[in-house]
Write a protein that binds this ligand. Sequence first.
Ligand code: PEP
Length: 264
Amino acid sequence: MRKNSINYFPYNFMQKILIANWKMNLDVEKSLNLAKQYKKNLRTLKGLELVVAPSIPLIIPIKDIFGSAKISLSGQNVAAFSEGAYTGEVSAKMLKQIGCGYSLVGHSERRQHLVEADEMIHKKIVQSYAAGITPVLCVGESLKEKESGGRDAVIINQLQRALSKVEALPDKEIIIAYEPVWAIGTGVSVEREDLIHVERIIKRALSSLYSENFYNEKVSLLYGGSVNSVNVSVFWGIDKLAGFLVGTSSLEANEFLKIAIQMK
Ligand code: PEP
């Protein structure tokens, strides 16, 4: 593998960050076309860490398309094991070797449809650090949990179960994406006041798990859930918010660019 072909720009804490989660929405041709549009439209954006999470088989061709453009790559998932007889899994080391600097961990679609439990999410975080990948830990409540008043407890539990006793953590950065399940792909996003409240909950949980310094110095907070070029300005500017994890609106290069521009 050519060394200079690695699209991994080490994450600089406190950087603004915008992550595109393409999920399994596009076929090969459409993914490669979208990558070309991203490169054309987004390469001039400075001061913003842009990250694309395509499906695994597309990471290498997309890395080649991006070339020298400053767009990083992320896995949409990572194995909970380092190597061995785990059919269908992709290790953190392999993600790193093919140019990923990040991996999404604990996305609600995986928790929901692939029965991904907190214990496994914890292992995925440990594996990510061991391989030198920054995990993007997704947390958030379902509609039922929200309506029954359980939101804060759900978020605190998810954080505790995923992160307690991750020994590498106090020295490493982590990205936490608050993604309420009911907001993902629905066109309904969180209220600004609720996001401000959830930031405080996350701060309290991580400060007591590690320390307030850890929270202030090592944690970047993202919001995800129906972010688009119209509502992004409602959230942008909230204290501690470092950026967004975007699904639907990342499937159209112009729309994604409009979000990115407002984060400048
Ligand atoms: C997501 O799945 O991470 C997401 C935020 O999706 P959407 O932007 O479509 O709500």
